[in-house]
Design a protein around this ligand. Structure first.
Ligand code: ATP
Ligand code: MG
Length: 260
């Protein structure tokens, strides 16, 4: 187990706020793991994602340490891909799909436009966009929400980053599409040996594929451990409540599987 990033005593306070959005977090991110960050709205999940990605807004005060095994923080786009909840935050409405997926490959893989376009087309095939040739020339609004989210994943992965952060990347989608996208992410990340940080408020969704789950509450890391362990023997009352609110998780065989 190799540590990718050692987070120690990390606190983040946004400008104009007195209560920190993240409060003294200690967390090791392991290279190649699929780590789920779970917690209710406002618990600090996105703040953690932005802090890890170096994408905190101006004026946010960061205290504590993040030590990266490579010696320096990952460069967004090249070393780290980010998929947001709302694909319109990831995609530019005035550029074609092809242009924006190719841009990451061109910039970060040093490809020519023509090569990058070819790479982008392959990425669209990888994320199973129907008629990828046609989709390359389309604008984001011409696709469905699920397709846009697949494109956002393709764009995030175009520069072949080692780390992918998906911040509620599937929350806006219906359950079937959600499950499809999660299994696609799982497959792509596994194939490339990427580290995945998957943020969700849905413990059931995360428990299907995450190696570890971290439970956040009120800006603090309430609990962290291997998924099966946390599900079968949660330590924190909040985690117990989360699990209890998902009938599917408290009934066999998921608990049996998780415990094994
Ligand atoms: N740009 C900002 N300026 C001021 N406060 C902010 C900002 N972004 C987030 N916060 C506050 O920080 C706290 C943590 O927010 P954060 O977005 O990290 O939570 P979250 O767990 O991602 O919630 P959600 O599930 O709703 O996305 C909240 O109290 C929120 O209001
Ligand atoms: Mg959030």
């Amino acid at each position: 187990m190799r540590t990718l990033c050692e987070i120690r005593n990390l606190s983040v306070t946004y400008r104009g706020q007195t209560i920190p959005a993240l409060n003294r977090i200690d967390l090791d991110i392991v290279t190649g793991e699929r780590l789920a960050i779970i917690g209710e709205s406002g618990s600090g999940k996105s703040t953690l994602a932005r802090a890890v990605a170096g994408l905190l807004p101006v004026g946010a005060k960061l205290a504590g340490k993040m030590r990266w095994s490579s010696g320096q923080p990952p460069l967004p786009g090249r070393d780290l891909g980010f998929v947001f909840q709302d694909p319109s935050s990831s995609l530019n409405p005035v550029l074609t799909i092809g242009e924006q997926v190719a841009e990451g490959a061109r910039r970060h893989l040093g490809l020519s436009w023509r090569e990058a376009y070819g790479h982008a087309l392959k990425m669209l095939e990888r994320v199973r966009i129907p008629e990828p040739d046609k989709a390359m020339k389309a604008f984001p609004h011409q696709l469905s929400g699920g397709q846009r989210q697949r494109i956002a994943i393709a764009a995030a992965l175009a520069g072949r980053p080692g780390i992918l952060i998906a911040d509620e990347a599937t929350s806006a989608l219906d359950m079937v599409v959600q499950a499809e996208i999660v299994s696609l992410l799982d497959e792509l990340v596994r194939e490339a040996g990427m580290t995945l940080i998957f943020i969700t408020h849905d413990i059931a969704l995360a428990s299907g594929f995450a190696d570890r789950v971290a439970i956040f509450k009120d800006g603090r890391l309430a609990e962290i451990g291997p998924t099966g362990h946390v599900l079968s023997s949660p330590k924190e009352p909040y985690t117990k409540t989360l699990i209890a609110s998902h009938r599917d998780l408290t009934t066999p065989p998921l608990i049996r599987e998780a415990a094994s």
